[in-house]
Design a protein around this ligand. Structure first.
Ligand code: HEC
Ligand code: HEC
Length: 468
């Protein structure tokens, strides 16, 4: 009887394929390990430098969720290990390899979510510190190894780009798109212009990417997501070769399928269902115009749909990221040696993607530049939104604001704590979000119906968004 049941079960799985829940679990596991280290190349640090980390792992020092690696560099830690950091053997050396989830996983309300953007990653700081560490590492005595020198030189070059103060991120949790842009200038043999821009954005969530990519990849949808090259853009910047990318195209397609299989994280606290119902009604009269409506399949799982790209004049959020796509950049994409794998969307209007809102509770701080700490603030007129907030432990439970939905922050502008925060913000502290910095504006996303919206409407909307 037992065997008959097992037989029947396995038969039904092979007949109908895996359930979405099962596929999502497998995608989670695979993405956590995903990296594109290949024939000695990829996002790597200087050979054997990873051994230091192995030593640290033995002591455990600095490897808690509030340890140095987390606070200074914004790396996520799980079970005293860096999420998305791997050690790979290559020609008798040990290579430290950065995986996709170093950026593409994040913490929210104390849980690690694969496919959520890392809220604290600081590539500018990592680059600056790693550059120095590698510099010292490079002069350490070792038998002459030509293969060391080549890999070391490449790792130095990557960190020299990351640490460039003219183009890197000013705050934790923001990644400068300029990184990828420099690669196109370099391979095109064109000097980087003086006014280059940073193009700082938070790392986007990846569930639903299968539909999203049809509207265009990235926050502005400028890249044609049907082409697989874009998904390894950071990898190329890290030192991957064009030849290698061509050899592993199938692996990129597979990675994109995994992202599309992900499911949004469920809201971990209670939801007032009566309010949520009212919120849904309000949403479907106002927000739906840009963000669409939300339906579920027979298993109760989200049905992903394509988001819309909304021209800037309707949303008016920070413009830095849009200034970034310049005519000369588009020409370099056209003439790039990978122009068959990386194309932009012809005629795409300058604007931001009104992302679909599944799992939005976890995606704070909000907007493409992470400038608004909670949904309540996003539903408030821009002049009343917080000017400064601390990103310290932003993914931990004690920093989660259930009522306003998002990051719990110091709001009493007359308190000592707040004044201290503002002082540090003005000095440029990277773990504090200061909306006066370039590319950090919290303006926009305020529509004509905001004026009639009552506090009740806002509270109802918040409860509804928790259900997505
Ligand atoms: C340094 C951090 C970082 C790493 C590492 C990284 N990404 Fe990203 N990724 C980003 C950022 C930032 C964006 C958004 C860029 C923008 O919109 O301008 C992004 C966007 C994407 C997108 C488009 C998502 C969308 O909503 O349009 C895909 C797909 C993607 N990354 C895949 C990958 C893969 C695969 C890897 C591993 C090879 C990877 N990324 C490694 C930071 C990173
Ligand atoms: C006119 C179109 C439009 C309307 C109406 C609109 N939005 Fe948006 N929304 C956008 C766009 C475009 C973005 C992306 C802006 C950016 O990232 O700078 C956005 C971003 C967001 C985000 C941030 C998502 C993230 O991952 O950071 C949330 C949350 C959001 N909207 C909620 C709402 C809610 C709730 C309503 C209704 C009260 C609403 N929006 C109405 C266009 C709209």
């Amino acid at each position: 009887m037992k065997y008959a049941l097992i037989f029947l079960l396995s038969f039904s799985f092979s007949a109908f394929g895996k359930s979405r829940t099962q596929r999502a679990q497998e995608a989670n596991k695979e993405l956590e390990q995903l990296n594109f280290f290949y024939k000695g190349r990829g996002m790597v640090i200087s050979p054997d430098l990873i051994k230091l980390y192995d030593t640290i792992k033995k002591t455990g020092v600095g490897l808690s969720t509030n340890g140095l690696l987390n606070q200074r560099w914004g790396l996520n830690l799980q079970d005293k290990k860096i999420v998305g950091m791997f050690s790979k053997p290559y020609k008798n050396m040990k290579m430290g390899v950065l995986g996709c989830v170093a950026c593409h996983s994040g913490r929210a309300a104390g849980q690690l979510v694969i496919g959520l953007g890392n809220k604290n990653i600081d590539v500018g700081q990592v680059g600056t510190d790693a550059y120095l560490a590698q510099l010292l590492w490079g002069v350490a005595p070792r038998p002459n190894k030509p293969e060391f020198s080549e890999l070391h030189k490449r790792a130095m070059h990557f960190t020299s780009i990351l640490k460039n103060k003219n183009i890197n991120n000013l705050t934790q949790g923001l990644v400068p798109t300029s990184l990828v842009k420099t690669w196109f200038y370099e391979t095109g043999g064109v000097e980087i212009p003086k006014k280059f821009g940073r193009g700082q954005v938070k790392v986007p969530h990846l569930w639903g990417y299968g539909e999203k990519r049809k509207s265009g990849s990235f926050w502005d949808g400028f890249a044609d997501g049907v082409f697989p090259g874009w998904a390894v853009a950071v990898e190329l910047r890290g030192g991957q070769s064009i030849k290698n990318v061509r050899e592993y195209v199938d692996k990129i397609h597979h990675a994109e399928d995994l992202m599309s299989d992900l499911l949004p994280p469920k809201y971990p606290f209670d939801i007032d269902q009566a309010r949520a119902l009212k919120g849904k009604e309000f949403f479907n009269q106002t927000c739906y115009k840009c963000h669409g409506t939300y339906e579920r399949d027979s298993e109760g799982l989200p049905i992903y749909k394509q988001p819309k790209v909304v021209p800037w004049k309707y949303v008016k959020t920070d413009y830095e990221r849009l200034e970034f796509v310049t005519e000369d950049f588009l020409e370099l994409i056209d003439s790039s040696p990978l122009n068959d794998l990386m194309k932009y969307k012809e005629g795409q209007k300058k604007g931001y993607v009104a992302q679909r809102l599944w799992g939005v509770w976890s995606r704070f701080p909000y907007l493409h530049n992470g400038s608004v700490p909670t949904i309540m603030d996003l539903l408030t007129l821009p002049k009343d939104r917080p000017e400064v907030f601390d990103l310290y432990k932003s993914g931990e439970k004690e920093r989660f604001d259930e009522a306003k939905l998002g990051l719990k922050i110091e709001r009493d502008t007359s308190s000592k704590n707040y004044r201290k925060l503002l002082r540090k913000a003005k000095k440029g502290k990277r773990s504090i979000y200061y909306t006066q910095r370039a590319g950090h504006s919290n303006q926009g996303h305020a529509f004509s119906f905001y004026k009639q919206m009552t506090q009740e409407d806002r509270l109802n909307l918040i409860e509804y968004l928790k259900t997505l």
